[in-house]
Design a protein around this ligand. Structure first.
Ligand code: SAM
Ligand code: CA
Length: 236
């Protein structure tokens, strides 16, 4: 067999936008459930449409939810509801999601589509900063270790605070997912090559990624899909 001597030991496989588009067009969009497509399209004119979970990361989330038979979940950072709807579509009829966001207005865009999809009764949307809600849940002992799945996609500077609390709420064997852990590639760039408005959260993201990697209470996997997704499985 001939080997290309120019091939690096660790080639970066997603070398181009075309390759990413190939994945979207070939594998992701053809399988995207119609209500999710509708919600994504309804969110497209929002000035922060880029907030929406990348559909390829969503596809992975959907599979993980099924693999762990998630029934009780929590989401921090809802925006118009793409990840929330996909969670609701992938948990059983009697599943429950606590979904927290400070912005009710953005959720108003996705809510009618969620209602139409018949999954609203699984969702408890709470308009609030997430930390006090998590603290309230922790006060109630019957909540400890009862969540199967948590998705964190909100203020990056609080990821470490969310992690400490979610480690008590999610059961052993349950999953904790953290989104945007590659921060548009900024985590691997020198600080002076990153636009000033991205520097503060770049540092928080780098610190969080290192801290969670050092946390031996979880098994983890950093997946380069979407804008980076760290998947943790609670071990103890
Ligand atoms: N997961 C969403 C989706 O699939 O469309 C995207 C979430 S968006 C990237 C981040 C959201 O976090 C925003 O809607 C914002 O209002 C919310 N957020 C920011 N700080 C927050 C906080 N302290 N508590 C709760 N939500 C917060
Ligand atoms: Ca995100």
């Amino acid at each position: 067999m001939n080997y290309d001597p120019n091939l690096k030991a660790n080639p970066v496989i997603l070398q181009s936008e075309e390759l990413y588009d190939y994945i979207l067009e070939t594998n992701v969009y053809p399988r995207e459930p119609a209500p999710l497509k509708e919600l994504r399209e309804a969110s497209a004119s929002h000035p922060r449409a880029f907030f929406g979970t990348n559909p390829d990361a969503g596809q992975l989330m959907a599979m993980l939810l099924k693999l762990v038979n998630a029934k009780k979940t929590i989401e921090i950072g809802v925006f118009t509801g793409y990840s929330l709807l996909l969670t609701a579509l992938n948990i059983p009829k009697d599943g429950q999601i606590i979904a927290i966001d400070i912005d009710r207005e953005a959720y108003n865009i996705g809510e009618p589509i969620i209602k139409k999809s018949g999954v609203s009764k699984k969702i408890n949307f709470i308009e609030s900063p997430a930390l006090p809600i998590l603290d309230k849940l922790l006060e109630e002992k019957t909540n400890l270790g009862t969540f199967d799945f948590a998705f964190v996609d909100a203020d990056k500077n609080n990821y470490a605070n969310y992690h400490e609390r979610l480690m008590k709420l999610v059961k052993v064997g349950g999953l904790l997912l953290y989104d945007n852990t590659l921060w548009g590639g900024a985590v691997a760039k020198p600080e002076d090559q990153v636009p000033e408005n991205k520097r503060r959260l770049r540092k928080h993201t780098i610190d969080f990624n290192a801290a969670v990697t050092a946390d031996d209470r979880v098994e983890l996997c950093h997946v380069p899909c979407g804008d980076g997704l760290i998947i943790c499985r609670r071990l103890c």
